[in-house]
Structures are given as structure tokens and as C-alpha cells.
Design a protein around this ligand. Structure first.
Ligand SMILES: *[C@@H]1O[C@H](CO)[C@@H](O)[C@H](O)[C@H]1NC(C)=O
Ligand SMILES: *[C@@H]1O[C@H](CO)[C@@H](O)[C@H](O)[C@H]1NC(C)=O
Ligand SMILES: *[C@@H]1O[C@H](CO)[C@@H](O)[C@H](O)[C@H]1NC(C)=O
Length: 385
């Protein structure tokens, strides 16, 4: 064997070992004792519902069999993450009924943005619990949980221990609403790129620095999805045929999402330099979702651009009659935006969010690290590679 071939084989073996950590290598699982999640509706397990009223039925129908604070028929990616780490589903920090924070807390709310909005929720639909507020809530939770933990009794069971804060996994899925908020203010794609994206990412980076400052070390950050393929965008923003891609998605919106993601990875690279003890995994959820939507049939799904639960129109989406909307007919309340027959073969749940079946598929793609930078699996996302 010539030296060149030897070298090639040697490098191949090394890179395989790095890329495919298997149980036979010395890398050990992380045993995360808790998860602290920050985000929007993609990972809200009850925050907005606790503060502003439950997401109505048929949300939750597939898995929880009643509304469960999630905008989906069932579990979200964050639920599958918790399950696979052997942890219970995350209680929403704002939920005062039946919550157990012993293994973490969820600060995400549907409609959250990174940048605080200058409009109320009734004006624009965005949650007032933007990322800066989520951080304030986390800090307060951290401090007060330790005071109450010392009281023992039931508090000790329902609250994390101090060590859990540094050993926990900190997950983020936020940014999509910052992009749409720019478009709602009639900004052009160039304006959203120039003004919204840099400001949002600098605020996100600062929050990650503050959380690190409180002892957090392992971060798992989802990039933003192809919002140009979602019914609520397709229904609202009419564009020239030339701006529609061959799968029917809105290209300018997807380009802005990809631009955001490009700047996000740069921000992550900078954070790795600034925070030497942090292990930050960047997860390319965009590619997974886009693959699912554009190759739906191949993966056993149907009608990728049509909401399962909604009311009418090309995309089965009407922003005035969203999933769960009722109408009084002859003194009776009739559900007029109901679920489709079989959500298990559908990708889009309500025009904005994904079905449980899609969330499960997305989780399966991302959990082994094949869409992560660095390419490490969820189980070892505390290990420096
Ligand atoms: C809110 O208003 C302030 C002050 O004008 C501005 O700096 C900020 O960018 C605005 N935020 C959003 C999300 O538009
Ligand atoms: C955006 O443009 C639409 C249509 O011209 C207009 O009705 C709306 O008031 C504008 N919104 C803002 C926030 O300027
Ligand atoms: C990760 O999981 C997906 C879905 O099960 C699979 O297609 C892919 O080959 C896996 N990748 C690696 C590197 O194991």
C-alpha cells in the first residue's frame, strides 16, 4: 500500500470515529438531569395556554386525547427530546397546575420572538414573553428554586438541585416569529435581513452568555425552519409565480430563513470562542423540515402544504378561523375548523405547526447528530469533540 492510500484510509478511520460515536467508543452518555427550554410555539408545552387560555381542541387529540398546551395533535420535538433522555415532559414555567420542575422547566411560549415587540398580543399576535422575558423568568426560577429546595418536603421533589443547572441541557428554538414580525411591518426581505436578523442574533447571543454566566454548559440550538412552506405564510403573502419554488414554497421567505441560519451559525462560532467551557450544538432543523415537505411522499406523508386542521382555501387555512374555531349555528356551537381524518400521514397540523407524526420524524433525523454541527448525537451533547 502506498503512503497516499495509507493516509487516506487512516484519515477515513479517524473521521468515521469522530462522526459516528458508537457505544464501543469511550464517549459516555451525558445523563442530563434536566432540560431548560427557551423558544416559541415549536417547543411550547403549555406556557401560552397557561397565561392566555388553552389551545382549543382538537389540539392534543392524537397523543394526550385532550388539549395539552401544545399547538399540535400530539407531541413536539422537545417532548421526543425529553423522552429520549429518559426525562418527563417539560412543565411550562407559567403553568401553576400539576407542574413538576424536578427535571427542568420550559420558558417557551407560542408567538414568542427574540426581540421584544412594540405591539401588544391583541394587536399583532406575538407573545409578550419574548426571549429577554424568558431569561428573566429563568433567572428568577433558578434563584427561587434554590431557596425553596432547602425547605425540603415536596419542594425538594418538584424543583431541581443547584448542580442540575450546570449539568442540564439548554435547548433553544426561536427566531421564526422575528422574521414574520418584520414582514408584518411591511419590511422587504432586504430590510428584514439588514435590520431584524442582526439585532435578533445579537440579542440571542447575549442571552446565551447570561445563561452560561449562571452555570449552563450544554446548549442545543435549533435553527429556524422553512417558513416559506407553511400555509399561514402561503395564504397571507401572495407573491409572483417566479418567486414560488418548484415545490410550491415561498422562496423569498425561505431565503430569509436561510440567511438567518447562516448568521446564526456565525454567532455560534463566536460564542464557542467567548464561552470556553460551553458545548454548543447547532442543529439544522431547516434541512430536515424542507426535505420532509419536499419529499413527503417518499417518507409516507401526504399534502405537505395543506393544514390538517383548518377551514377552507387552497391550504385549508383561514387566519380568522384557525384550528379549533367554532361557530354558533342555531344556538349550538359547531366546530368548523376540525382535524383531518388521519393526522399520522400529514406534516402540517394547523397552518403554522407540525403534526406529531412530522415532529417524530424530525426528531429521528436530528437526534443522532447527522444534522448537527459538530456531528454529535443528543445523548453526548455535553461532550467536547
Ligand atoms: C421597538 O422600538 C424601539 C425604539 O424605537 C426600537 O429600537 C426597536 O427596534 C423596536 N422593536 C421592534 C421589534 O420593532
Ligand atoms: C402594510 O401594508 C398594508 C397594505 O398596504 C397596510 O394596510 C398596512 O397598514 C401596512 N402595515 C404597516 C404596519 O405599516
Ligand atoms: C441518523 O438517523 C437517520 C434516521 O433514522 C438515518 O437515516 C441516518 O442514517 C442516521 N445517521 C447516522 C450518521 O447514523
Amino acid at each position: 500500500m502506498d503512503p497516499q492510500t495509507m493516509h487516506t484510509i487512516f484519515s477515513l478511520v479517524i473521521s468515521m470515529a469522530l462522526l459516528l460515536p458508537s457505544p464501543t467508543t469511550s464517549i459516555t452518555k451525558c445523563e442530563f438531569p434536566a432540560i431548560f427550554n427557551f423558544g416559541d410555539s415549536n417547543s411550547d408545552t403549555g406556557g401560552l395556554s397557561a397565561a392566555f387560555g388553552q389551545a382549543p381542541p382538537p389540539n392534543g387529540e392524537t397523543y394526550f386525547h385532550s388539549p395539552a398546551g401544545r399547538y399540535s395533535d400530539g407531541r413536539l420535538v422537545i417532548d421526543f427530546i425529553a423522552e429520549s433522555l429518559g426525562l418527563p415532559y417539560l412543565s411550562a414555567y407559567l403553568d401553576s397546575v400539576g407542574s413538576n420542575f424536578g427535571h427542568g422547566a420550559n420558558f417557551a411560549t407560542a408567538g414568542s420572538t427574540i426581540r421584544p415587540q412594540n405591539t401588544t398580543m391583541s394587536q399583532s399576535g406575538y407573545s409578550p414573553i419574548s426571549l429577554d422575558v424568558q431569561f428573566v423568568q429563568f433567572s428568577d426560577f433558578h434563584r427561587r428554586s434554590q431557596i425553596f429546595n432547602k425547605k425540603g418536603d415536596v419542594f425538594e421533589k418538584l424543583l431541581p438541585k443547584e448542580d442540575d443547572f450546570s449539568a442540564a441541557l439548554y435547548t433553544f428554538d426561536i427566531g421564526q416569529n422575528d422574521l414574520t414580525s418584520g414582514f408584518k411591518l411591511n419590511m422587504t426581505t432586504e430590510q428584514v435581513k439588514a435590520y431584524v436578523v442582526p439585532d435578533a442574533l445579537s440579542q440571542l447571543s447575549n442571552i446565551i452568555r447570561y445563561i452560561y454566566g449562571q452555570g449552563a454548559r450544554s446548549f442545543w440550538i435549533h435553527n429556524t425552519g422553512p417558513l416559506g412552506c407553511l400555509p399561514y405564510v402561503l395564504d397571507r403573502y401572495l407573491i409572483a409565480p417566479a418567486q414560488v419554488d418548484k415545490y410550491g414554497c415561498n422562496s423569498p421567505f425561505n431565503e430569509v430563513a436561510q440567511y438567518f441560519n447562516g448568521r446564526l451559525i456565525e454567532a455560534v462560532v463566536q460564542l464557542r470562542k467567548d464561552l470556553p467551557e460551553a458545548v454548543i450544538t447547532y442543529v439544522d432543523v431547516y434541512s430536515v423540515k424542507y426535505t420532509l415537505i419536499t419529499q413527503a411522499k417518499k417518507y409516507g406523508f401526504q399534502h405537505p402544504l395543506v393544514a390538517c386542521c383548518g377551514h377552507g382555501g387552497k391550504y385549508n387555512f383561514n387566519r380568522y378561523m384557525k384550528c379549533g374555531a367554532k361557530k354558533g349555528i342555531n344556538g349550538k356551537e359547531i366546530l368548523i375548523a376540525n382535524s383531518c381524518k388521519d393526522p399520522s400521514v400529514r406534516i402540517n397540523w394547523d397552518g403554522v405547526h407540525y403534526t406529531e407524526a412530522a415532529n417524530k420524524w424530525i426528531f429521528e433525523q436530528i437526534s443522532n447528530g447527522s444534522f448537527s454541527d459538530p456531528p454529535i448525537s443528543l445523548q453526548i451533547a455535553c461532550q467536547r469533540i
